[in-house]
Design a protein around this ligand. Structure first.
Ligand code: FES
Length: 72
């Protein structure tokens, strides 16, 4: 899906830049050009950054660790 009309940048490209270390709209703009012109896509870029951070957040200590064997 095209996110930035000005630079012709898709959500996939933005996610790749975020996974490469970008954590702000400015860093994404430097990485791929999205958000560098009219700014109309910055809220969508912010959402992509936040969703990517949430997806890649390390599991908390309350999560199950190790294999689970229900027949044991
Ligand atoms: S739509 Fe992304 S900078 Fe204009």
């Amino acid at each position: 899906m095209l996110v930035c009309q000005c630079s012709g940048v898709s959500d996939r490209t933005i996610r790749r830049v975020v996974r490469g270390g970008a954590s702000t709209v400015g860093q994404v703009a430097r990485g791929c050009g999205a958000g560098a012109y009219c700014g109309g896509c910055t809220s969508a870029i912010r959402e992509l950054i936040q969703s990517d951070v949430a997806e890649n957040r390390p599991e908390t200590s309350s999560s199950v660790s190790g294999p689970v064997n229900p027949s044991a």
